[in-house]
Design a protein around this ligand. Structure first.
Ligand SMILES: C[S@@+](CC[C@H](N)C(=O)[O-])C[C@H]1O[C@@H](n2cnc3c(N)ncnc32)[C@H](O)[C@@H]1O
Length: 402
């Protein structure tokens, strides 16, 4: 039996399911407080999903353009309880068939279905997608009198059919097949680069506004470039504003989108003075970081230097935000430990330093080295970097230790 949840209290507004890097849901939820009437991290906790209810169209478009932590966003049309058996697939079919989706489609629009599944089920996510897709096709034929075109690689309308334990969420993707962690400015890719969204999570943990920031192991410059965008108010959607997927189906208003994006762009502080520095011991990465900064329109906001971090001589740094090697892809565990030792040795010599935020999988090693150099752990957030379990650490100089 399919049992629909009632629309949320108050009944008005849109519901949107945001996807982020796993473990950053709490940061995302606190960032979007006040956008809708209700934020529901559960039952999706630690699956990188946050459900936001009661948001108006302008608020949603502003969020899509300016929110730096999310990858994808689906406009939620149905939330249904489904059985734990294979009958759940019939429920997925029915929910899709009876949903608004057949009314959104037209003969000129193609569609595809994507499904992500969390929990133990006697079916696969591919089966969920296939059944939901069949429901959409049959709904269209019965109610609209045409068979919609299917295009899985580049659909005009991407239907989302996510199953989390016993809950099916059916919606329509607003960003695209590719998430907004790919901002659209990158011209150089580091072999162990961090996603822009995760870089932003680190900057949020650091409380970065426009303090003197240094990333001593900057690689392709992601953290510095995202910091510069944050400081001047350049929206994360800036480079992709013409290609958000909802523009192809018109499910949200393209003219309101233009208003919202132009309004945001008009407030970019192109003349702001910043003090954002990146350095790395590998010349190729520094050249790549400079090319990225140019492509991201912030080459005058960030300076990049080719040097080992121990040779950095600017002592006015207030915040360090960095993504050191983990000892997995680039250097072995010994090399990774050496980089951390160097980092804390240098950090201990910076008199204005207020906080150091870093992402690393090895909590014990980071804790040991931090305390050895007179730092104390302020916060540790368990998260994922792709499929790797990591922690986002906020570390402060301990008042007695320096
Ligand atoms: C995980 S990567 C950083 C990737 C970067 N966040 C990005 O998005 O491209 C770590 C970087 O640290 C650099 N590195 C490691 N130890 C260093 C040291 N002692 N001094 C300077 N750079 C170092 C490496 O060359 C590498 O580019």
């Amino acid at each position: 039996m399919v049992c629909y949840h009632q629309p949320h209290e108050g009944g008005g507004g849109l519901r949107v399911l945001l996807t982020a890097e796993r473990g950053t849901e709490g940061l995302l939820a606190s960032d979007i407080k006040g956008v809708g009437d209700k934020i529901i991290p559960s039952p999706f906790s630690f699956s990188g999903r946050v459900l936001l209810e009661g948001v108006d169209e302008r608020g949603l478009l502003k969020l899509l353009y300016t929110q730096p932590l999310y990858h994808k966003a689906a406009l939620v049309l149905e939330v249904a309880e489904i059985p734990a058996t294979r009958e759940a697939l019939d429920a997925c079919y029915l929910v899709a068939r009876q949903s608004e989706i057949p009314h959104i489609l037209s003969p000129s629009l193609s569609f595809g279905v994507r499904s992500v599944r969390k929990g133990n089920h006697p079916f696969t996510s591919q089966e969920v997608a296939a059944y939901a897709g069949a429901g959409v096709i049959d709904g269209c034929r019965a109610k609209r009198g045409f068979r919609p075109r299917v295009n899985l690689s580049d659909p005009d309308l991407l239907v989302v059919a996510d199953v989390c334990h016993s809950t099916l969420i059916l919606g329509v993707e607003l960003v695209g097949l590719e998430g907004l962690h790919r901002r659209g400015w990158r011209v150089y890719t580091h072999p162990a680069g961090i996603k822009s969204t995760l870089a932003n999570a680190l900057l949020k943990v650091a409380g970065f506004e426009n303090e003197a920031l240094w990333d001593p192991m900057c690689g392709s410059g992601t953290i510095c470039i995202e910091a510069a965008h944050r400081a001047i108010g350049l929206a994360p959607g800036y480079f992709k504003r013409e290609s958000f997927l909802f523009l192809r189906s018109g499910i949200l208003s393209p003219s309101l989108w233009r208003e919202v994006t132009e309004e945001s762009d008009s407030r970019i502080k192109w003349d702001l003075t910043t003090s954002i520095t990146g350095s790395d011991r590998v010349l190729r990465h520094i050249e790549g970081a400079r090319a990225n900064a140019e492509s991201a329109l912030v080459k005058d906001k960030v300076s990049f230097h080719h040097l080992p971090l121990r040779d950095f001589s600017d002592t006015r740094v207030e915040t360090i935000v960095t993504n050191p090697p983990y000892g997995i892809r680039l250097s072995g565990p010994k090399g990774a430990r050496r980089s951390l030792e160097e980092l804390f040795t240098k950090a201990a010599s910076l008199k204005d330093l207020k906080s150091l935020v870093l992402i690393h999988p090895d909590a014990e090693t980071v804790g040991d080295i931090a305390s050895k150099y007179g730092f104390c752990l302020d916060k540790a957030i368990a998260a994922y970097n792709g499929n790797l379990e990591v922690f986002i650490f906020k570390i402060a100089p301990s008042p007695s230790g320096r």
